[in-house]
Unconditional design. Structure first.
Length: 225
C-alpha cells in the first residue's frame, strides 16, 4: 500500500471524525428545527468532512427559509445519513460474521464477497433511511404511523437507491481498477484505506442522489428540509 495513501486515509478519517464530534457538540446546544437533523449533520460529517462542516456552518444553523438548491442538499444529506450508518453497520457485521455474506450469495451466487455484502448494505441502509425519513415526514405532516411509513417509503426508496448506486459504482471501480491490481486482492474492511475509499464513494452517492432528491422535493413527494 502506498505510504501517501495510508496517511491520507488516516488524516481524512480522523479529521472527519473530529468534525463530526464538533457538529454533534454544537447541535446538542443548538437544536435543529427538524429533530432528526441533529443526527444527520454529525453522521454526514463522517464522510463529507470539511465540505459538510462548511455547509453546516453556512446553512445548517439557519432557521430561515433556505433557497431551493440548498434545501435539496439538506434533503440529500438526510438520505445519505441512513445510508452511511447502514453501510458502516453492515460492513463490520459481515466482517465479524462471514456467514452472513454466505447467506446472501457469497460463493453460491457471487465469487466476490463484496457483492453479497452490498445486499446486506442495502438492507441496513434502506431500513435506517426509512426510519430517518419517517422521523422527518410524520411530524412535519402530522401523520400517524401507517400513513407516515407509506410517505417515508415513497420519499426515500428512490433517493436511497440512487445514493447506493453511486456508492457501489465508485467502490467497484476503486476495487477492480486500483486496489486489486495493486494488492492482488480486494481492499479489506478493517483498513484505513477502505474507509477512506468509502468516504469518496459516499460523496459519489451524494452526486447521484442529488438530482433524484431535487425531483422528489419539487414534486412534493419529499418534504423540503
Amino acid at each position: 500500500m502506498p505510504t501517501w495513501l495510508h496517511w491520507l486515509a488516516i488524516i481524512s478519517l480522523i479529521g472527519s471524525f473530529l468534525l463530526a464530534i464538533t457538529i454533534a457538540t454544537h447541535v446538542s446546544h443548538h437544536r435543529q428545527h427538524t429533530a432528526i437533523m441533529n443526527v444527520v449533520w454529525p453522521v454526514s460529517a463522517l464522510y463529507g468532512g470539511v465540505f459538510v462542516f462548511w455547509f453546516y456552518a453556512r446553512h445548517g444553523r439557519a432557521h430561515s427559509q433556505a433557497p431551493f438548491p440548498v434545501s435539496v442538499v439538506t434533503g440529500t444529506t438526510h438520505c445519505g445519513a441512513g445510508c452511511t450508518l447502514g453501510d458502516i453497520i453492515a460492513e463490520w457485521l459481515c466482517l465479524a460474521v462471514p456467514a452472513i455474506a454466505l447467506w446472501f450469495g457469497w460463493h453460491s451466487i457471487f465469487d466476490e464477497k463484496m457483492f453479497a455484502v452490498w445486499i446486506v448494505d442495502y438492507i441496513f441502509a434502506f431500513v435506517l433511511g426509512i426510519i430517518f425519513q419517517y422521523c422527518a415526514i410524520a411530524p412535519m405532516r402530522g401523520l400517524g404511523f401507517r400513513d407516515g411509513l407509506v410517505a417515508a417509503l415513497k420519499a426515500d426508496t428512490l433517493s436511497l437507491t440512487a445514493w447506493q448506486v453511486g456508492m457501489y459504482g465508485f467502490m467497484a471501480l476503486a476495487q477492480y481498477l486500483y486496489f486489486r491490481p495493486l494488492l492482488g486482492k480486494m481492499l479489506e474492511v478493517n483498513t484505513f484505506e477502505f474507509w477512506f475509499t468509502m468516504q469518496l464513494a459516499m460523496l459519489c452517492g451524494f452526486l447521484t442522489s442529488y438530482p433524484v432528491n431535487w425531483w422528489l422535493i419539487r414534486s412534493g413527494i419529499k418534504e423540503k428540509m
